[in-house]
Design a binder for this molecule. Structure first.
Ligand code: PXG
Length: 288
């Protein structure tokens, strides 16, 4: 497998970073997870814009232009003969010293991995997924803005561990005020009385690229939508619920905290969103 490292492709065995890289020492860096569908990179520009915003927020100066990174992503996919897959793009603060100071971090590292993807089984889309709320909370935005897609995913990982210990694949995370923020790697949407509702970024949601696509689909389908604070109660009494994410796409949720959602079967509106999403990925994107 070929990996893109800083300024070109190297063999995966040669793709190495320093043990003094602040990405490793402190989770000091940012990343994107991107999908390749039938030779087209889905919403590449939106992912690279989010990457630039994350970099700006953590004061990491990237020495590459958007065009350079965009070409590097496509080059990595081509070099690995991929038509469908998952692209993990990381930018670390680079090699520094053992202190927190970034003064010695002179050279950010760009890593692009393009591989095949382990998808959720089709059964999750047909029958829906059961999830629970876990105790680990999303970070308070004043501590670390959840809109920054940083390499520090410990709170999401703890939430995932809590869910998996109880036999669940995904979990709802609340923010520090007790409102629903999102799931460990997916955004949350509720459908209630024909209206689509999702937590805002200020409630601790990542501005998901798939989330944005779901809002575009809502406009296309004429489904009214709004961002709002949601309690667990709002989730339990929803008519339909679904999650969005690059890996998951749009997954229907049929049970939360042992309460069936709606009829306990994937909802009809959710089905229309998933259909529209799958149509979009086959016609949109940056061609390799
Ligand atoms: N919230 C969080 C916290 C995420 O990490 C999403 C929402 C969905 O955003 P997109 O842009 O993908 O629609 C994400 C991104 C994994 C994995 O292994 C998933 C994400 C990130 C890292 C790993 O499942 N999802």
């Amino acid at each position: 497998m070929k990996i893109y490292l800083n300024d070109g492709l190297v063999d995966s065995a040669e793709a190495k970073v320093s043990v003094f890289d602040h990405g490793l020492l402190y989770g000091d860096g940012i990343f994107e997870g991107i999908r390749l569908y039938d030779g087209c990179v889905f919403k590449l520009d939106a992912h690279l814009e989010r990457l630039e915003y994350s970099a700006k927020a953590i004061m990491l100066k990237m020495p590459w232009t958007r065009q350079q990174i965009s070409e590097a992503v496509c080059e990595t996919c081509r070099a690995n003969n991929l038509k469908d897959g998952y692209i993990r793009l990381l930018v670390t603060r680079g090699e520094g010293s053992l202190g927190l100071s970034i003064q010695n971090c002179k050279q950010p590292q760009l890593i692009i991995i393009a591989d095949t993807i382990q998808l959720y089984p089709e059964e999750f889309y047909e029958n829906g997924l059961s999830i629970i709320t876990v105790p680990t909370r999303r970070c308070n935005p004043a501590a670390l803005p959840p809109t920054v897609k940083s390499l520090n995913y410990l709170n999401n990982i703890l939430a995932k561990i809590e869910a998996q210990h109880l036999g669940y694949h995904e979990a709802i995370m609340l923010n520090d005020q007790g409102y629903v923020a999102e799931c460990t790697g997916d955004n949350v949407f509720v459908i209630h009385k024909g209206e689509l509702i999702t937590p805002s970024a200020s409630a601790g949601a990542l501005k998901g690229i798939t989330r944005d696509t779901a809002l575009e689909i809502a406009d296309e389908l004429g489904v009214p939508w709004r961002e709002a604070n949601m309690t667990r109660y709002d989730v339990w009494v929803a008519d339909e619920l679904f999650l969005t994410g690059t890996a998951a796409e749009i997954v229907p949720i049929v049970e939360v905290d042992a309460r069936p959602i709606g009829s306990g079967k994937p909802g009809a509106i959710t089905g229309r969103f998933l259909e529209s999403f799958r149509r979009r990925v086959s016609v949109e994107g940056t061609m390799l």
